[in-house]
Unconditional design. Structure first.
Lengths: 313, 260
C-alpha cells in the first residue's frame, strides 16, 4: 500500500534494512543502516520485526506527504523533524493521517535519522535485502536515493505490539568526541610499537571524506613496519585500514568486500552507530579491548535489544 | 589423506586465527598467492558451507584466507573457533568440483580498448602481439571481490604488464578489460578506473537477479577470445535478449598450468 509521496527528497535519503548478507563472496557489499541501533529501535517502537526497511535520512531531511493513516517512528540524528509544521517527537511511535506532511529543518545533532513506518518500507528485495547500494545501483528504489515524486509503499502487517515507552537511558546523547573501542588485528603486527601507540594514544579528526563506505581520519600518521600492502582479504565491519600515508580509514556499511591495505584493528560493531552520527571535524579516539571483552559487549548489547523487544510483546 | 601440496612452505603449518572485530574472524592459511594454497581456501570454504554451523552468517574467501562472519548471540567465539579447527582438519580431504573454463569474448583496441597501443608501446610489442599474449593464457579466478562481480585473476603474461594510468579515468564502461601492473581484470560495471583498458566484453559479469549473481566463480578459469566489432554487437544483442550461451569447457591440465 502506498504510504508516502516524496515532495522533496532531501540531501541523501535511502531505503535501508539490516543489510545484504551472503553475497560478499560475489563482491556484493553488505550495506544496510549505518546506525544499526537507531534502525532497530525505530522498528521496535512500532512493533515491527527489527529487520524491516526504513528511510535513512542524511543531514538534510526530505519532505514527505503521508498517503494513509498509519504510525511512524523517528530515531537517530535530530534534524528538526516536523509533522504539519509542529515538532515531530523522536524516539517514540507517532500516529499520522493521510494528508499529513512530515518535513525536516536544520541539523541539530547527529547526521543520520531513521524513519520507520508500521510494516516497514516495502520494495522488492534484491539478493534478500531492501538496502540501497548506490554505487552499484542495487536494492532500494532502483538502487538510488529518493527523488521528488517517488511513491513509497509499506507492508501493512504490524508484527508485535509497539514499545510504549522507551527508557530514557536508551536514547543516545550524541557527543562531539567519540571514543571508539577496537579489537586490534588482523594485521596489527604490520605496525611498529610506536605506530600502535600513535593509533591508540592520539586524537583523530573526522575528515570531509566520510560517507557510507568509509570514514577517513586526519591526525598523526601511524607507522608501518614495512609497507601498507597485504595480499587482499576480507574487510569486516569497522575495520581500520591504514594506507601508505598512515592515516586511518574506518570501513563502514558500503565498504568493498575485500581490499589490500593493512588493517590495524576493527571498531566493535556496537560503537559504529556513534560513528554513523559523527560530523566533520569531530574528534575520535581509539581504545583497545580484548576479543573476549568485545564478545561480552556484543552479547550484552543483543540481550538489551532482546529485553526491549520483550517489552513490546 | 590427500597428496601433500607441492609448495608446502607457502602455507602455514598451522592456520592462523586472526581477529576481525566482534562479529568476524579470519582464518589465514598462508601468505602468498599460489594456486594450491587457494585450493586449500576453497576446500575449507566448501567444508564450512556444508557444515551449516549455527550462528554462521557468511564466509568471504580470498587468495589465502577466509573471513568468517558469525552471530555472537548464537555461537560463542571460542566454540566457533573449536568447530572451525575441526573443519580445517576435515577440509584437507574435501573434494572440489572440476573447475571450468569460461570463454570471455573481447573486442580489442579501437574505441573498446583505448590503451592497447600504450600497453604495446610500453612492452615494445605490436598491438597484435599484446592481444595474442592476453588471449593465449588461461587465468585462474583466485577470488571475487572489490566490486560486485569482479574477479581477481592470476596468470597474465609478464610480457604485457603495464603500470596504471598516471591519472585515473572518471568512467570506463561496463565490460572494460584492463591491465594494472601484472594483473588483468574485467570491470563488471561502469566505474572510475586507473587501469589500462585494452578491450571490452559484451557479456554481463554481474546481474542482481541471477542466481548466483556473478558470472564467474572463484576456482574456475577464464580465457579471453578475440571478437570483431560486428561479433561484439551480435553478442551484445543476444546478451540483452538473454539468449547468449557462454562457452564453457572443463579445465585441462594445460589450462591449469596457465596455458602459455
Amino acid at each position: 500500500m502506498e504510504v508516502f509521496e516524496v515532495v522533496r527528497p532531501g540531501f541523501f535519503t535511502t531505503i535501508q534494512d539490516k543489510g545484504r548478507y551472503g553475497y560478499q563472496q560475489y563482491g556484493v557489499p553488505v550495506s544496510g543502516a549505518m546506525d544499526s541501533y537507531a534502525h532497530v529501535l525505530s522498528n521496535l517502537l512500532l512493533g515491527n520485526d527489527d529487520g524491516k526497511a526504513c528511510l535513512e535520512i542524511t543531514l538534510l531531511g526530505p519532505c514527505l506527504q503521508v498517503l494513509r493513516d498509519t504510525a511512524v517512528a523517528l530515531t537517530g540524528a535530530d534534524l528538526s523533524p516536523t509533522l504539519n509544521d509542529c515538532p515531530l517527537p523522536m524516539w517514540e511511535g507517532v500516529e499520522v493521517s493521510s494528508g499529513d506532511t512530515i518535513s525536516f529543518g536544520s541539523q541539530r545533532k547527529g547526521c543520520r535519522s531513521y524513519l520507520s513506518v508500521v510494516g516497514g518500507i516495502d520494495v522488492s528485495p534484491v539478493m534478500g535485502s531492501r538496502s540501497t547500494y548506490v554505487r552499484s545501483r542495487l536494492g532500494g528504489l532502483d538502487g538510488r536515493p529518493l527523488q521528488a515524486g517517488d511513491r513509497l509503499h509499506s507492508s501493512d502487517s504490524r508484527g508485535n505490539l509497539p514499545l510504549k515507552r522507551l527508557p530514557p537511558q536508551c536514547i543516545p546523547l550524541y557527543s562531539t568526541e567519540h571514543r571508539l573501542r577496537v579489537v586490534l588485528g588482523p594485521q596489527d603486527d604490520y605496525f611498529t610499537e610506536k605506530g600502535i601507540q600513535t593509533f591508540l594514544g592520539s586524537q583523530y579528526v573526522i575528515s570531509a571524506q566520510a560517507d557510507r563506505m568509509g570514514c577517513r581520519l586526519e591526525g598523526p600518521s601511524v607507522e608501518h613496519k614495512a609497507g601498507a600492502d597485504i595480499i587482499s582479504d576480507g574487510i569486516p565491519p569497522g575495520a581500520v585500514q591504514v594506507p601508505g600515508d598512515g592515516l586511518p580509514i574506518i570501513m563502514l556499511a558500503d565498504r568493498q568486500t575485500t581490499g589490500g591495505y593493512v588493517k590495524i584493528a576493527a571498531v566493535i560493531t556496537i560503537d559504529l552507530p556513534e560513528l554513523a552520527q559523527a560530523e566533520l571535524g569531530e574528534i575520535v579516539r581509539f581504545s583497545a579491548v580484548t576479543e573476549d571483552e568485545a564478545y561480552r559487549l556484543a552479547t550484552e548489547y543483543e540481550q538489551s535489544i532482546d529485553r526491549l523487544r520483550q517489552r513490546g510483546r | 589423506m590427500p597428496v601433500e601440496p607441492r609448495r608446502q612452505a607457502m602455507m602455514y603449518e598451522r592456520p592462523r586465527f586472526l581477529p576481525g572485530g566482534d562479529r568476524a574472524l579470519f582464518i589465514e592459511l598462508g601468505d602468498t598467492i599460489d594456486p594450491e594454497l587457494n585450493r586449500r581456501v576453497r576446500r575449507l570454504l566448501l567444508t564450512i558451507q556444508e557444515a551449516a554451523l549455527p550462528g554462521l552468517v557468511e564466509v568471504v574467501p580470498a587468495y589465502r584466507s577466509l573471513l568468517v562472519y558469525y552471530e555472537p548471540r548464537q555461537i560463542r567465539r571460542r566454540e566457533l573457533r573449536a568447530r572451525l579447527d575441526d573443519l580445517i582438519h576435515e577440509s584437507l580431504t574435501a573434494e572440489l568440483a572440476r573447475p571450468k573454463v569460461t570463454e570471455i569474448p573481447v573486442a580489442y583496441g579501437g574505441e573498446y580498448g583505448p590503451d592497447l597501443g600504450a600497453v604495446a608501446d610500453h612492452n615494445r610489442l605490436s598491438p597484435e602481439e599484446v592481444v595474442r599474449l592476453h588471449t593465449g593464457a588461461t587465468y585462474l579466478i583466485y577470488m571475487m571481490g572489490f566490486i560486485p562481480g569482479f574477479a581477481y585473476l592470476g596468470g597474465m603474461s609478464p610480457r604485457i604488464a603495464t603500470p596504471r594510468l598516471p591519472t585515473p579515468r572518471t568512467a570506463i564502461p561496463a565490460g572494460s578489460v584492463g591491465i594494472a601492473g601484472s594483473q588483468t581484470g574485467i570491470y563488471p560495471a561502469e566505474s572510475p578506473a586507473g587501469w589500462q583498458v585494452i578491450g571490452r566484453t559484451p557479456v554481463e559479469l554481474f546481474h542482481p537477479r541471477r542466481q548466483p549473481p556473478a558470472l564467474l566463480q572463484m576456482g574456475d578459469y577464464v580465457r579471453f577470445v578475440p571478437v570483431s566489432d560486428e561479433e561484439f554487437h551480435v553478442i551484445k544483442k543476444k546478451v540483452g535478449q538473454g539468449t547468449y550461451k557462454m562457452e564453457e569447457t572443463p579445465v585441462t591440465q594445460e589450462d591449469e598450468s596457465g596455458g602459455l
